[in-house]
Design a protein around this ligand. Structure first.
Ligand SMILES: Nc1nc2ncc(COP(=O)(O)OP(=O)(O)O)nc2c(=O)[nH]1
Length: 286
């Protein structure tokens, strides 16, 4: 097995990675693809985060800007207004590590000052100032692969070998982080399901996800309620919990240590089964 990091220090709150962990999604947005507007104000977002903690989430991911194709860009002030008060309250009212889902360095800094211990960046710290912000924050960092930009990434995604391309991208981002003074043991890698990928790209990435493990870092997988699951099942976005749970279990089976999900209770139960079976001895080679 590769030297997977046994735990992450999220600003003093430890996220153990001895088994797959559940990251509950708290979107403080009016337009997120699956739950936009459901928890768009502080009180509703905090109540939702506390509910996910009750359901067994191991950490909470607070985001103030939708990354779905065609989403409206959010100004810095608006994103700060959305996420900082929610992070402050959740950091105070739960003992869970809190992650901020942002690509703006100013939001990273403010979120960590408010109590976030992890930066989840779908741009993998490629925006100006993001590497420096993450280096000074000292938080854990999720580096996610995306081909193109959210606005156009699904127009015509194309790869020679999607797994090799994602692997090379993540390796380069690890190098960039280390050059910026971010310790490798603080990093998490994410193939970026649905970010500039067709359903076949997403399925191949999942089936061969273990090819990313030789980078020696924990993997995060975010399939929850995504379009590919709708294509496979014919289900509308609000009806995709069963497919989302199946994808989360498969991602855990193929090496993911953090599963980013909307439906925490269902995923927690499913991963208990997956972890119990994974703890059993594998068949002896014939
Ligand atoms: N690391 C990581 N972060 C992510 N952030 C947002 C979304 C999109 O999902 P959601 O937050 O539900 O939708 P929206 O971006 O519309 O708010 N997916 C990922 C993901 O797969 N990995």
């Amino acid at each position: 097995m590769f030297d997977i990091v046994p735990q992450l220090d999220c600003a003093g709150r430890v996220l153990r990675l001895d088994r797959p962990r559940v990251m509950g999604i708290v979107n403080v947005t009016p337009d997120s693809f699956s739950d936009g507007g459901a928890h768009a104000d502080v009180e509703a977002a905090v109540a939702h985060g506390l509910r996910l903690a009750e359901e067994g989430a191991d950490l909470l991911d607070v985001g103030g800007e939708s990354t779905r194709p065609g989403a409206a860009a959010v100004t810095l002030d608006e994103e700060l207004r959305r996420v900082v008060p929610v992070i402050e309250r959740l950091a105070r009212e739960t003992s869970l590590p809190i992650s901020v889902d942002t690509s703006k360095p100013e939001v990273m800094r403010a979120a960590v000052a408010a109590g976030a211990g992890m930066i989840n960046d779908v741009y993998a710290l490629r925006r100006d100032g993001a590497l420096e912000a993450a280096a000074t924050c000292g938080a854990a960092v999720v580096l996610m692969h995306m081909q193109g930009e959210p606005r156009t990434m699904q127009d015509a995604p194309a790869y020679d070998d999607v797994v090799a391309d994602v692997h090379a991208f993540l390796a380069q981002r690890i190098f960039a982080c280390e050059m910026a003074g971010i310790a490798k043991k603080q990093l998490v890698l994410d193939p970026g399901y649905g970010f500039g990928k067709t359903t076949d790209h997403n399925l191949l990435l999942l089936r061969q996800q273990t090819r990313l493990l030789d980078l020696g870092l924990p993997l995060l997988a975010g399939w929850s309620r995504k379009r590919s699951l709708g294509e496979l099942t014919g289900r509308e976005v609000g009806e995709r919990v069963h497919a989302s749970v199946a994808a989360a279990v498969l991602a855990a089976e193929y090496g993911a240590r953090i599963l980013r999900v909307h439906d925490v209770a269902a995923t927690v139960d499913a991963l208990k089964v997956q972890a119990a079976v994974a703890a059993m001895p594998a068949p002896k080679p014939a």
